[in-house]
Write a protein that binds this ligand. Sequence first.
Ligand code: ATP
Ligand code: MG
Length: 222
Amino acid sequence: MRGSKAIGIMGGTFDPIHFGHLVAAEAARSCFGLSEVVFVPSGSPPHKADRFVTTAEHRFLMTVLATTTNPYFRVSRVEIDRPGPSYTVDTIEALRARLGSDVRIYFITGADAVMELMTWNRPDAILEMCELIAATRPGYPPADIQRLRQAVPEANAKRVHTIEVPALAISSSDIRARVAQGKPIKYLVPETVEHYILKSGLYGGPLATGRAGAGPLSGFYR
Ligand code: ATP
Ligand code: MG
């Protein structure tokens, strides 16, 4: 028997966190009555091996700054502090062990990432331990939602839910590119995050000294 408590997990590289992530998390919280949403910035992300990833401490701090105004949001260091590659399944397993079987866990993700998820480490175990909330853009065709559900094994299709998120067009890659090109990122990320990016010289902004930004915390190549 499952109790009524439910929590959300939003995993991501958050390089940087933006309003798309925040709007999706808040929409999931209110639609599914989640008592909290835990943001989990990845440590060393196995899926982003092809590009430079900003140091975890910067990404963690930006996530903290972005979530301070929402009392339901919190940020976990679990993946950052765990050595080796970050696997979502390990994070959910640890959380499930801590919460017991009475709490529902919802993993919040962009719709496109649901297909990707099936290529991750032990996707079946993820779906056994939690349900998925996939953020889709408004007007996402029902056929595509159907395709989403078909991406997971049939027994678990009912565990994939969708929510519409109007800010779905925002992406971290676009924000990084905008900073590098000197374009504004205002209204795409919280102001605190905007200031943090500019002050730290991340993403080749005006204060950057090298490709990744200023200072020893700047990042690493994988
Ligand atoms: P990148 O452009 O580098 O891929 P991203 O914007 O997709 O970055 P991630 O940190 O990779 O950000 O995403 C974390 C999670 O948030 C993923 O599940 C992703 O699908 C989801 N997500 C990304 N952008 C949005 C958005 N605009 N609205 C809702 N969810 C999003
Ligand atoms: Mg992405």
